[in-house]
Design a protein around this ligand. Sequence first.
Ligand SMILES: Cc1ncc(COP(=O)(O)O)c(C=O)c1O
Length: 395
Amino acid sequence: MLSKHNLFLAHVGQTSTEPLLIEIDSARGIWLYGPSGEKYLDLVSGVSVSNAGHCNEFVIEAVKEQLDKYMHLMVYGELVQSPQVSYAKKLSDVLGHHFETVYFVNSGSEAVEGAIKTARKYTSRSRLVSFRKAYHGSTLGALSLYGEDSFKSSFMPLVPGMVQAEFNNVSSLSLIDDTVAAVIVEPVQAEAGIIGPQDGFLGEIKKRCSQTGSLLIFDEIQTGFGRTGSLFAFQKFDVVPDIICLAKSLGGGMPLGAFVSSKKIISTLADNPALGHITTFGGHPVSCAAGKAALDFITGNKLDVAANEKGERFRSKLKHKNILEIRGEALFLAVKLSSSDLTAKFISRGTKNGLILDSFLFCKDSFRIAPPLIIENDEIDYAVDTILKTIDEIS
Ligand SMILES: Cc1ncc(COP(=O)(O)O)c(C=O)c1O
């Protein structure tokens, strides 16, 4: 009889040759538990998914209530379903500005695909500008926006007309001209290793888009739902995009994505051709019920505001000669160690010491600190002590 690890390796599709291989039995709050009582403090949140905490009781209650009513009924957009309607209304209230219409899909990649199609059709232009070291998803359209060529070369040919500018380099914005349908940018670049925008950079992109008639799309798939210390990062940096892409924490732990804009822009998908963008499970009622409960929990407990002080607590206590830099905002932090090798060793040792850790797709000398936003001060202190002890052990 094969062990569960071996069955996993034999029958579950693999994304790398070195999966973490930690078996998890249950999860609550900021903790993940193994089958033999192992306990791990989660510093990753499933990559910015579990902002309201694992198995949040209000989310579970909302899911159970919805399960008793109905699950899937019909391809997205045909029937009036209360969980979609009330979540769309809540999202448009918290986003404000012109964000009145929410197009629900299943994932972040699909949100990006939908936003690309909307921008192309709305502007009757085809080209898109993204940024180096950006990650917008793994489907072919989103992959074409990838800011790292080494991830793209095995999958050619990709969608034509996509070019990458340099993040935080105003002169490279000259790539944005009147043939460009849209510019897509993460307000804080996540997989680049949490790189924030320099003062005024997002505003410069917006100015250039206004001059050329290109739409501005913010990918807030990691930065949304309080992670950067305001509910959405565009609110923190005070630059309002035309379209915003959401996923990850949007579903409160269930799969859900969305792109959000004005009624005028989103309705471009409704005709000529009708059904030009359709999705069977997009806006799944159980996911919408879960997501709305999670967002109500985040806003009701002001977890976005509290994330600022909690992030500051991590920063002020994480002092070690091998920590070269801490970047980021609130509970969206990157800790840079002296080399990529040391960071890999740290992650492996830290897991043995009971931490769930990860580095970044395009930045291997740093690891992330992005716990569920419900983390308490004593838990932050415990995480910091374990991090510092782990760095000592591998130094
Ligand atoms: C910034 C960003 N955009 C898009 C995506 C793609 O989302 P998904 O994995 O749900 O397709 C991700 C996923 O990690 C992401 O971090």
